[in-house]
Design a protein around this ligand. Structure first.
Ligand code: URA
Length: 416
């Protein structure tokens, strides 16, 4: 087969055959198709799309380059969730133990942050001793003993996607719905979950800035899951404003623990419970109220066992940044806008995120919010606290936040 013919077929608006897709994915993973050829094909796909058959086959081909996990020996049904990523999105942390406390097994493979959205593994690594890398056997043991596990996807799961995603990241070809959907779903299908809830974020702080695009991504992923026998549902949720009151690794773990203790910001609690309900329904578990399992401490109990099973100390002091800077409200009135993207970029700039894959993150860095849209604020009172170990970063973070906040007298979202 000639890779140039495959590229030309998609460039000219044609549909790739099953054989072409199988071959190109295998050959790229083996290093036979070069990065520049695969990036030309990715660009042709970004411009001309793929139909449902092609997306299914592309996903199968990527799964076929690695192993498939099998949790069918567990006595509980499995359920997982995937978020497309947002600012302050720490929902996985309380959600996985909560759903396990309700009777499902939660095999949660997570990632690290790149750019302004944080990564679940970076957050959990701020807990002293906690380990993200588990072998498939260790993952199964934690799942069996605790009911929930959050860990890194191993190299053996859809390795074609790992290689292709890194290439897309540097060739302007991330923003293709067929490629995003097949990338996310290849890992979830290979992971072997029986049910999957997708939290597709929409708004300034999300990957998908508008609702129509988010809806198309959601329906493409639901179709892929369904075609592969995974009971898949999607929610579109707001990412115009950060979730909760923190963006940054240890700051978010602290907030997640507050939620598990029965407190925490109402938006984080509500979304955690809503996603838990969807996961339980998709897993076929009824008659259990996740709100009650948060309130009675069962979810907290699973969290503590899950952290310990992965080498962490749930009672350890979480790291704090060495320096803080308080940003005061410039006027009195109602906070009508607090832009998620600006807060995410500021947190990243302060050291909570990384610029290159190999960078280290600062566990204590980030942004703490003292008010959310709809709240009344007083001139001079703290609005945001910036945390970092490297105070020379304050100036750039403050520049990112200039214009991120609107204080007025109107209602939320209307007072410009
Ligand atoms: N996350 C993924 O895993 N893949 C994409 O293509 C985009 C986001």
């Amino acid at each position: 087969m000639s890779v140039i013919d495959v590229i030309r077929a998609k460039r000219d608006g044609g549909r790739l055959t099953d054989e072409q897709i199988d071959w190109v994915i295998r050959a790229y993973t083996a290093g036979v198709v070069a990065d520049e050829q695969m990036s030309a094909l990715a660009m042709a796909i970004l411009l001309n799309g793929m139909d449902r058959r092609e997306i299914n086959r592309w996903t199968d081909a990527m799964i076929g380059t690695g192993i498939r996990m099998d949790f069918s020996g567990l006595r509980r049904p499995t359920a997982d969730k995937h978020s497309t990523g947002g600012v302050g999105d720490k929902i996985t942390l309380p959600l996985a133990p909560l759903v396990a406390a309700c009777g499902a097994a939660v095999p949660q493979l997570s990632g690290r942050g790149l750019g302004h959205t944080g990564g679940t593994l970076d957050k959990l690594e701020s807990i002293p001793g906690w380990r993200a890398r588990l072998s498939p056997d260790e993952m199964l043991r934690v799942l069996r003993e605790v009911g929930a596990v959050i860990c890194a996807a191993g190299d053996e799961l859809a390795p074609a996607d790992r290689k292709l995603y890194a290439l897309r990241d540097v060739t302007g070809t991330v923003e293709s719905i067929p490629l995003i959907a097949s990338s996310i779903m290849s890992k979830k299908i290979a992971e072997g979950t029986g049910a999957l809830v997708l939290d597709v974020k929409v708004g300034s702080g999300a990957f998908m800035k508008d609702r129509a695009q988010a809806r198309q991504l959601a329906s493409t992923m639901v179709a892929l899951g369904t075609d592969h026998g995974v009971r898949t549902v999607a929610l579109l949720t707001d990412m115009q404003v950060p979730l909760g009151l923190t963006a940054g690794n240890a700051l978010e773990v602290r907030e997640a623990v507050e939620v598990l203790a029965g407190a925490g910001p109402s938006d984080v609690v509500e979304l955690t419970i809503a996603l838990a309900r969807e996961m339980l329904a998709a897993a076929g578990i009824d008659g259990v109220d996740p709100a009650a399992k948060l309130a009675d401490g069962s979810a907290m109990d699973v969290w503590r066992r899950m952290i310990r099973a992965q080498g962490g100390d749930p009672d350890a002091e979480l790291p704090r940044a060495r320096e803080r800077h308080v940003l005061a409200a410039p006027a009195s009135g109602t906070l009508t806008r607090l832009d998620a993207l600006a807060v995410g970029i500021a947190a990243w700039r302060l050291g909570a995120g990384r610029t290159r894959k190999e960078d280290a993150v600062q566990p204590g860095a980030g942004v703490e919010l003292h008010a959310k849209p709809g709240d009344t604020v007083t001139a001079g009172a703290p609005l945001l606290t910036l945390h970092t170990d490297t105070p020379e970063r304050f100036e750039a973070a403050l520049d990112d936040l200039a214009g991120a906040v609107t204080i007025g007298t109107g209602t939320v979202g209307t007072d410009g």
